[in-house]
Design a protein around this ligand. Structure first.
Ligand SMILES: [Zn+2]
Length: 130
């Protein structure tokens, strides 16, 4: 599997790694799942839950509404998604999940990234350059 940080802006990588270190320190280790996406990949994700099976995972169609995971003018992705290590990567079956995601969001914002938990369509795993 490709390193999810490949093609991501180095500032975003450095900040997300700081967040992961912090979450690990409080007992909730994380890893990156998604960084740079091609237009094709974004369109596949857009189709999921609309014209292909699965649940909706994005509100960016890739063209009219590009994702910050797609290459910006600098050729790099400006967003990284993360999940938790272990059997419940999105804390769907974990007590206190809201508090843990909030800790992640607080760290994301503390390092100067934007957090998807604040989006109109909430996307808690998502962090991006602002
Ligand atoms: Zn994302």
């Amino acid at each position: 599997m490709l390193d999810p940080f490949t093609g991501v802006h180095p500032t975003a990588i450095m900040r997300v790694k700081l967040v992961h270190t912090g979450m690990g320190a409080i007992g909730h280790p994380m890893r990156a799942t998604d960084g740079l996406r091609t237009l094709l990949r974004q369109q596949e994700l857009w189709a999921q839950g609309r014209t292909t099976p699965g649940k909706i995972v994005t509100f960016c169609d890739g063209l009219l509404k590009p994702s910050n995971h797609q290459a910006k003018a600098d050729g790099l992705g400006h967003a990284v998604d993360s999940c938790f290590l272990g059997p419940d990567p999105y804390l769907e079956h974990t007590a206190g999940a809201a508090r843990i995601w909030a800790a992640y969001g607080a760290l994301v914002e503390a390092v100067g990234l934007g957090w998807g938990g604040r989006f109109h369509s909430i996307d808690q795993p998502h962090a991006e350059l602002v």
